[in-house]
Design a protein around this ligand. Structure first.
Ligand SMILES: *Cc1c(COP(=O)(O)O)cnc(C)c1O
Length: 445
């Protein structure tokens, strides 16, 4: 079964959203709970490469990848074929009832490609939030400690525990409490907004965190430090140089489990297979999801064998975790990442985007910061030299780009960051065309 070929060019033939999308959106209002939002409510017909086609016949340039999920592109024929073959044999048995080889194979692959050459084990789950929750369960169980340290601007999911780990109130937490206890929030090494300047940020922030952990919690009570090696929803904040290594050293010295939440940054997205590799960090546990299986629901925790195996039999699991079709998709997707050189491709995408966006930053004062790695790039919009966030300009830029057929996402604690996450298989022509649209939007502000 071949995936439908999607022509790799932008095409805008109606208003966006078009009449068919608007009609479905109308039905949606009386069928779907309104708490679920959509960035750009064009209803999708097919997608592939760097293009998303809607039900009105528009073809949009994809700078979102369904939030860093379709790293290998949508409906890659190898993924479709392998998952379909699996669906034809059996759809589910539950790994906890009658296991199957694909689950074991995905765990072997994760143990091989994640940072560090120590003995590892993995567990498969359904979502990023579930992976982060399980990492916390494992760290608590293995250490016999309870406290968990997280950071300003962090995002870890929408379940009760992961809401507590997440920093931003609106929209993620408002009205959803009470939240889980023993969660302690620390400052983040956010170079662009660090009071004494970017050069001091990494070491100063690390000192503050270590001082607060020691004085306020007691290092011996901390089970885990949980951190995104580049913060995603928080605004693509790269921890200032030196911050992560200092935190890892502190964790090692105090028996604290260092958990990397690589749910958004994983699987070649940042120009390494995992973002921890940029600073040579080896996490004790790593939570993955989004880019793992090209969109079929799958997530994982991978980590040191002695931590993972500390949990009693039956203590971990879930009905659907490691669904066989999702495992098949993951195996095809991981092999596509490796055989198609997508780690290198992510770096090329990053160079192209950073180059063009830095040029734009020279021309348009609204661009306060350009940052990111690989195909995970952001611009932060500000009003003046004081770096006052400018969410109003962001709204104008987003709406212009959407109307011209560019799928673009926002992020950031202050709602003023445009984030770009193109599929790693997008062509340079579409990348440049998307950036042209973005530049036009800036010139019109
Ligand atoms: C998206 C995300 C999550 C949550 O993943 P879900 O699959 O939506 O539950 C957790 N952590 C990070 C860093 C994410 O980007």
């Amino acid at each position: 079964m071949a995936a439908t070929e999607v022509a790799q060019s932008r095409r805008v033939v109606t208003e966006i959203p078009g009449p068919k999308s608007r009609a479905i959106q109308e039905r949606r209002r009386s069928a779907v709970a309104q708490g679920v939002g959509s960035v750009l409510p064009v209803y999708v017909e097919r997608a592939g490469g760097g293009i998303v086609e809607d039900v009105d016949g528009n073809a949009l340039i994809d700078f979102g990848s369904g939030i860093a999920v379709t790293n290998v592109g949508n409906a890659d024929p190898r993924v479709v074929e392998r998952a379909s073959e699996q669906l034809g044999r059996f759809t589910h048995t539950c790994f906890m009832v009658n296991p199957y080889e694909a689950y074991v194979e995905v765990c072997e692959a994760l143990n091989r490609i994640t940072p560090g050459d120590h003995e590892k084990r993995s567990i498969l789950l359904n979502s990023g939030a579930e992976a982060v929750e399980n990492a916390v369960k494992i760290a608590r169980n293995a250490t016999g400690r309870q406290a968990v340290v997280v950071f300003d601007h962090a995002y870890h999911g929408r379940t009760n525990l992961t809401m507590a780990l997440t920093a931003k109130n609106m929209p993620y937490k408002q009205g959803f409490g009470p939240f889980a206890g023993e969660i302690h929030r620390m400052p983040m090494a956010y170079a662009y907004r660090w009071p004494t300047g970017p050069d001091n940020c990494g070491p100063e922030a690390a000192d503050m965190v270590i001082d607060q952990i020691t004085k306020q919690i007691g290092a011996e009570n901390v089970a885990a430090v949980v951190i995104e090696p580049i913060q995603g929803e928080g605004g693509f904040i790269e921890p200032a140089p030196g911050f992560l290594p200092a935190i890892v050293d502190f964790c090692r010295a105090n028996g604290i489990v260092f958990v990397a939440d690589e749910v958004q940054t994983g699987f070649a997205r940042t120009g390494h297979m995992f973002a921890c590799e940029h600073e040579g960090i080896v996490p004790d546990l790593i939570a993955t999801a989004k880019g793992i299986a090209a969109g079929l629901p799958l997530a994982a925790v991978t980590g040191r064998a002695e931590l993972m195996d500390a949990v009693h039999g039956g203590g971990l699991g879930g009905t659907y975790g490691g669904n066989p079709a999702a495992c098949a998709a993951a195996l095809a997707s991981l092999s596509a990442i490796e055989s198609d050189g997508l780690v290198e491709r992510a770096r090329e995408i990053g160079e192209l985007m950073l180059g063009r966006l830095r040029d734009m930053a020279g021309k348009y004062d609204v661009i306060g910061d350009v940052r990111g790695r690989g195909a995970m790039i952001a611009v932060e919009l500000v009003k003046d030299a004081d770096r006052t966030p400018d969410p109003e300009s962001l709204a104008k830029v987003m709406s212009f780009c959407h109307s011209r057929g560019l799928v673009l996402l926002s992020a950031g604690t202050y709602g003023n960051v445009i984030r770009m996450l193109p599929p790693l298989v997008i062509g340079d022509d579409l990348l440049n065309e998307g950036l042209d649209l973005l530049e036009e939007a800036f010139s019109l502000l």
